[in-house]
Write a protein that binds this ligand. Structure first.
Ligand code: HEC
Length: 122
């Protein structure tokens, strides 16, 4: 079921010409998170539709397992996403050599972006 909804979302995204996911159906906080992600340069690495690029995809990542250099791994949840945005250089993904830049987002802004990333997994 989950896989089907991710595919359906991907199909919607491919058909979207605005360069980002449809803002309709997002909660107010997630819609604000989308705006913040676009205005803070996140899309330049995570993709115009946040399907990945220099950085990992945001689509469907909740519940997936991420492997780190050094052998550890974690399952992606809200706490991990918040940590990743607040402390980008804390843990290094296998397969990514670029270091994500730090940002000046407030806790509330990070929370809204995470609401948006969670919406991409629904
Ligand atoms: C210069 C490219 C770049 C920019 C700009 C960037 N990121 Fe990243 N991001 C990465 C890379 C590369 C990783 C993989 C983490 C690592 O190995 O250090 C990452 C990881 C993440 C993760 C964890 C995802 C996962 O699968 O582990 C989140 C969440 C994230 N970024 C959010 C953001 C947000 C929010 C912004 C904007 C404020 C942003 N990123 C801007 C490159 C970038």
């Amino acid at each position: 079921m989950r896989r089907i909804s991710v595919l359906a979302l991907a199909a919607v995204l491919v058909g979207c010409t605005a360069g980002g996911p449809p803002a309709a159906n997002l909660s107010a906080s997630a819609a604000n998170g989308l705006k913040l992600a676009q205005s803070n340069g996140c899309a330049s690495c995570h993709g115009s539709d946040f399907g990945g690029g220099t950085g990992p995809t945001w689509q469907g990542i909740i519940g997936t397992t991420v492997a780190f250099k050094g052998g550890e791994s974690t399952v992606v949840d809200r706490a991990y996403l918040i940590e990743s945005i607040k402390y980008p250089d804390k843990r290094k993904h296998v397969g990514y050599s670029v270091v994500m830049p730090t940002n000046n987002l407030t806790d509330a802004e990070v929370s809204d972006i995470v609401d948006y990333i969670e919406a991409l997994s629904q």
